[in-house]
Each structure stands twice: as structure tokens, then as C-alpha cells.
Design a protein around this ligand. Structure first.
Ligand SMILES: [Zn+2]
Ligand SMILES: [Zn+2]
Length: 438
């Protein structure tokens, strides 16, 4: 019920958006893009594997940005680099008509890849003052290849449309700072404000699928860091210490009662602690422990309940231990992505016409978060849609055996580039052509 109210509120907000629309033949557009892809695919596959092998962390995507900039220049786009630190903006003007934004992310994650793929990453970069492995385990490399492929398909079809393409490569999506950095660098003031925007994301559903969700599409995300301050001592003399490992352990368990007992059970909300750092040896009680985590929600009141509960639990745990007040930092990240309902319905209908039962309308938003919401809040009505990423045969096999299949952010996440990239190009080409086509 409450979700209904929320969605109708959202509908009210976006109802006044005027949008450009063109009547296109979606199956024919898909076929035309597919024909271009047949010749282009080996290049996209090579680009994908190169980017996958050489992942870079948020705001460090120097090689990645340079690589994409060179690709886009070769296609005929006018490219500006270093927009929002490491972001790129590629513009292609093709007569009068609407301006359409297509966004890809550039960044990877600070983790070790364990897929065993021949093109697996062994790259390392500095992160929070430490060297770490880097892995494209969110599929942003698939998005980049599909982004370049879409640009190439649209330019090859340029006698069939009029308007301006604004293809942006956004840094630092995972830390949710990149979209804001591009906007703060006057993205829309310098290059024009798009009439409409599109982005896609790979997920752990079968490759070849396209999915879309009108209205609320993804969660609010806040990142969390807590430093418990204790007193170090010899491991054999705990009474001399104020043990921050004990505090951290208690917090990790107790904070889940905020989710299970303070939040309305019918509403979505998650608190996850994904990293614990503390101590150096088994016989030393350290003087501090740092926890890092993420808080996810759809509704603003749930967001407040969770962030308030996290702070209160951290303070209570320290008080119980007789420790100083912990340092609690909650950094607001991406807000929920709210897809424009008419654009989502219209584009979704075209996906269904072109992809048949492989185009799926989702009833519920996803739990992931995205800073693409910053572009929507800056006034670009958009559709952020999904493409399937994983091997349908392996996925069905895992389901039959009742085994969890590795999704995004897993060290085993291994998207199937073909047909994921192909599907991304075909769907994105349809989306853009539905605005600029004639
Ligand atoms: Zn991610
Ligand atoms: Zn992602």
C-alpha cells in the first residue's frame, strides 16, 4: 500500500515532464543495430577484455578514460576529457532535434577477482592508503563496451535520425561521488542540458534479457564508517584494555536489531558491515577498530530510522565498554533512481516489441544503489534499465541445485560478454532512436 502511495507521488512529480518521442519500428531498429554489431563485435569484445584486465578505481580511471576518449574520437564524436576529475563527455551533433544523454560508469571495485577467467584482472591500485586488488565485478566494463558499440551503431545509422548525442563516461559510481563531480564541473552548463537520459546496468539475470521498472528503480545508499576507540594491551591481560574488537563484534550483531525491530518489517532496509579493520597480532589487543558498511532504503523515513539506529547502537556499545564516544561518519551516497514513468513505459513497450519475452517489466525496485539519480535530480528525465549479465545455462543449473549464483560485487562475478554487450547495444540503440529517430 505504502509503495503504491509512494509511486503515485513519484508519478505526480514526473507527470509534467514534456518529452520528445519518435515512432520507430523497434524490431527493425534492433535488426539494424544487430547487423552493424555483427561486423563490430570482435572489436567490442577486445575492448571489453582489455578494460576488464586493466580495471581502475573511482577517480583513478585515467587509462580507461583515455581509451574510451580515443574510441569516441575515432567514431567522430567531439570529446572533452577530465570533466569531474576523470570523466569524459563525447558529443555528436546531427542536425536539429532533441539532445539525448547516454551514460556509462568508468570505475571498478577494490577486491580480488576469483573467476579464473583467462582475462581475469590481477591489477592493483591504492585505496584508503593501502594497495588493493582491483576488479570489474560490477560489470561496468560491459557497460563501457555497450556504450561504444551504441555510439558506433547510431553514427552508422545517422541518416535515420536528427539531434545531438551526449555520451558521458562517469567516474566513481561505486563511491557515488562521480555524477556529482561531473555536475559540479558544470556538465550541463558547458555542454547543454539533455532532454532525456538513458543508462543501463548488468545484473545477475540471464544474459540476453532486458528489464525495466517505471518509477522507483533502486535504493537510497549511505556509506558508514565507525571507529571504535579503546585502549591497547597485551592479549594475556585484557583487564588492562578497553577492547575495541569486542566493541566492533557486539556492534555488528546488535545493529541488526535496528533492521529487525525498529524498521517496519514491510519496508525495505539493509545495514551491512562489509569491512572490519583492526589489530595486527593474536596476542595484542589493539587500541582501535574501524568498521565500514552500507545502509540501503527506498523511503526517506526508513533511511532516518536506520541511520539513527546505527549511531545510537555505536554509542551504546562504546558506553557499555566504558570507552570514549566512537567516531561515526555516515556519508549520504546516491539517492534512489526514479525512472520517468511515461519514458519507462514507452521504451519498455519498444523493448517488448523487439525482445519479446526476454524483455521484462519489474514490479519491484532493486536493492542496489546508483548515483545516476543525481542526473535525474538535476532535471534530466530518464530511464535506467537492466540487462542480463550471466550465463543462462549455468544460472539454471545453479537454481536447480539450490546453489546461490555469484552476482555483482562477488569475486566470482563473471558476466557473459556475448550476448550481454550485444543486448546492451541493441536495447540502448532502440532507446535513443525512440527519441531522435524519424
Ligand atoms: Zn556496483
Ligand atoms: Zn554498478
Amino acid at each position: 500500500m505504502i509503495r503504491q502511495v509512494l509511486l503515485s507521488g513519484v508519478c505526480f512529480l514526473v507527470a509534467s515532464v514534456s518529452m520528445a518521442a519518435a515512432a520507430i519500428d523497434a524490431p527493425a531498429t534492433r535488426a539494424a543495430a544487430g547487423k552493424i554489431l555483427d561486423a563490430d563485435y570482435p572489436r567490442l569484445d577486445a575492448l571489453y577484455k582489455d578494460i576488464h584486465k586493466n580495471p581502475e578505481l573511482g577517480f583513478q580511471e585515467v587509462r580507461t578514460a583515455a581509451k574510451l576518449a580515443a574510441e569516441m574520437k575515432a567514431i567522430g564524436f567531439e570529446v572533452t576529457e577530465k570533466v569531474g576529475k576523470t570523466g569524459i563527455v563525447a558529443i555528436f551533433k546531427n542536425g536539429p532535434g532533441p539532445m539525448v544523454m547516454v551514460r556509462t560508469e568508468l570505475d571498478a571495485l577494490p577486491m580480488e577477482e576469483k573467476t579464473g577467467l583467462p582475462y581475469a584482472s590481477t591489477a592493483k591500485q591504492m585505496w584508503n592508503g593501502k594497495e588493493t586488488f582491483v576488479d570489474h565485478s560490477c560489470g561496468h566494463d560491459i557497460h563501457m563496451a555497450a556504450w561504444v558499440g551504441t555510439a558506433r551503431a547510431l553514427v552508422a545509422m545517422k541518416d535515420k535520425w536528427h539531434g545531438t548525442l551526449m555520451f558521458i563516461g562517469q567516474p566513481a559510481e561505486e563511491t557515488t561521488g562521480g555524477a556529482k563531480a561531473m555536475l559540479a564541473d558544470k556538465l550541463f552548463e558547458r555542454f547543454g542540458k539533455p532532454d532525456i537520459g538513458f543508462a543501463l546496468h548488468t545484473g545477475p539475470n540471464p544474459a540476453g534479457q532486458v528489464s525495466y521498472k517505471p518509477g522507483v528503480n533502486s535504493s537510497n545508499s549511505d556509506s558508514l564508517e565507525i571507529k571504535f576507540l579503546g585502549r591497547g594491551a597485551h592479549g594475556s591481560r585484557p583487564s588492562q584494555s578497553i577492547d575495541p574488537i569486542m566493541m566492533a563484534s557486539r556492534f555488528v550483531v546488535d545493529v541488526q536489531s535496528v533492521v529487525s525491530r525498529e524498521k517496519d518489517a514491510a519496508e525495505f532496509g539493509v545495514v551491512t558491515i562489509g569491512a572490519i579493520e583492526g589489530g595486527s597480532a593474536g596476542n595484542i589487543i589493539p587500541d582501535n577498530v574501524v568498521l565500514r558498511g552500507t545502509i540501503r532504503s527506498y523511503r526517506p523515513d526508513v533511511r532516518e530510522t536506520l541511520t539513527g539506529g546505527v549511531r545510537r547502537t555505536a554509542n551504546a556499545v562504546a558506553m557499555m565498554a566504558g570507552a570514549p564516544q566512537p567516531q561515526v561518519t555516515i556519508t549520504p551516497g546516491g539517492d534512489a533512481v526514479v525512472n520517468d514513468i511515461p519514458i519507462a513505459e514507452r521504451t519498455g513497450a519498444l523493448f517488448k516489441a523487439a525482445f519479446g519475452d526476454k524483455a521484462i517489466k519489474n514490479d519491484e525496485p532493486g536493492s542496489a544503489s546508483e548515483d545516476y539519480s543525481a542526473f535525474i535530480q538535476a532535471g534530466v528525465p530518464s530511464l535506467f534499465f537492466g540487462i542480463g549479465g550471466v550465463d543462462p545455462v549455468k544460472l539454471a543449473d545453479a537454481k536447480a541445485k539450490g546453489i546461490a549464483f555469484p552476482g555483482n560485487h562477488s569475486p566470482q562475478f563473471a558476466p557473459l560478454p556475448e550476448p550481454a554487450i550485444r543486448t546492451g547495444v541493441e536495447a540502448m540503440t532502440i532507446a535513443v532512436m525512440s527519441v531522435v529517430g524519424q
